[in-house]
Design a protein around this ligand. Structure first.
Ligand code: SF4
Ligand code: SF4
Length: 323
């Protein structure tokens, strides 16, 4: 019998080719214990349903203001955004809704009345059966390509009961499983998942504990302890290293990570994926009413990525740039 446990999911992406072998469906679970400043999925961080506002779609009709039971939306008059001089003078004014996100409880009333889908809810509660129904739709693609399902986030291990139930159901129906994780979870949670995961996509951001605490918000010790546990269990692991400017983008940073990976039992994992920082998540912060701290940073150059990749190649790891 399929488990009755439910979890909160913020996205399901079909036909993914960057989240493990073959063609996959990626299921993104909401909620994450880390607070990486560079996170490109800020809507994944909180573990509850939340509201997003899309200014480009909004026609300032005011319907959301009229219906909000918590008075979290108000209409303000400001300079028109697409007119006026370079200094913003003389271009007229326009009305626009301003959402006080700290007053919003994501009741969804404004979403129902908005004529332009300019407000949306992120996150929905799903049962294991709901998710499996979605996954089964693309079974022919998995079978032809050697693909399957990847559970990502957020941090999928932050919903351990839901994830474990999903993994067991996937194996019962013979689906290949990947878990894309930060490794930030209690060791007993990782242990419980091991028999049900075909491939771990395991983030290693830094082995410098002070830097990890400062920029991720959590000690690196738990990440490395869980990685060691996976290596000892001969789990199939690909280490994923996000390359973040001003955080870990030097050869010294990569050499430190490579040394830790090389010392793991059985010299696992054998594969390393270097993931260049990108700014694609920037607009999402604005839609959620949050600031984006990484605004001034640029993506690392291809030349730098290749230089950093050679560090892992020298240590004997199969290394590639990208997921
Ligand atoms: S209801 Fe939608 S389109 Fe109208 S002001 Fe609100 S967000 Fe904008
Ligand atoms: S989701 Fe509910 S509380 Fe939040 S802005 Fe819309 S109507 Fe108001």
């Amino acid at each position: 019998m399929t488990s009755t446990v439910q979890g909160i999911v913020f996205d399901i992406r079909r036909y993914s080719v960057h989240d493990g072998p073959g063609i996959r469906t990626a299921v993104f679970l909401k909620g994450c214990p880390a607070r990486c400043a560079w996170c490109h999925n800020p809507e994944s961080q909180r573990s509850d349903v939340e509201l997003m506002h899309w200014p480009q779609r909004c026609v300032a009709c005011g319907a959301c203001v009229a219906v909000c039971p918590r008075k979290a939306v108000s209409m303000v008059i400001g300079p028109a955004q697409d007119a006026g001089d370079a200094d913003g003078q003389g271009g007229g004014t326009q009305a626009r809704p301003v959402i006080q996100f700290d007053m919003c409880d994501a009741c969804g009333t404004c979403v129902e009345v908005c004529p332009r889908q300019a407000v949306t809810l992120v996150g929905r509660w799903m049962s294991v059966a709901d998710v499996m129904d979605e996954l089964e739709r693309d079974r022919p693609f998995y079978d032809q390509s050697g693909g399957g399902v990847t559970f990502s986030g957020g941090e999928p291990l932050a919903q351990p009961d839901f994830l474990l139930a999903l993994l067991k159901e996937c194996k019962r129906v013979d689906l290949h499983t990947c878990v894309d994780t930060s490794g930030i979870a209690p060791p007993e949670v990782v242990q419980a998942m091991i028999p049900w995961v075909d491939l771990w996509l395991y983030d290693i951001k830094s082995v410098d504990d002070a830097a990890h605490c400062e920029h991720v918000g959590v000690s690196s010790r738990i990440v490395l302890a869980n990685l060691s546990k996976l290596a000892s269990a001969s789990a199939n692991v690909a280490a994923r290293v996000p390359v973040i400017p001003s955080f870990n983008d030097t050869e010294d940073d990569m050499e430190a990570i490579a040394r830790v990976l090389a010392e793991l039992e059985g010299k696992r994992p054998l594969r390393v994926h270097l993931l260049p920082y990108h700014v694609l998540g920037e607009q999402k912060y604005e839609r959620l009413g949050r600031g984006y701290e990484m605004r001034l940073l640029r993506a690392p150059s291809q030349e730098l990525m290749e230089r950093l990749a050679r560090v892992f190649v020298r240590e004997g790891f199969q290394t590639r740039i990208g997921g």
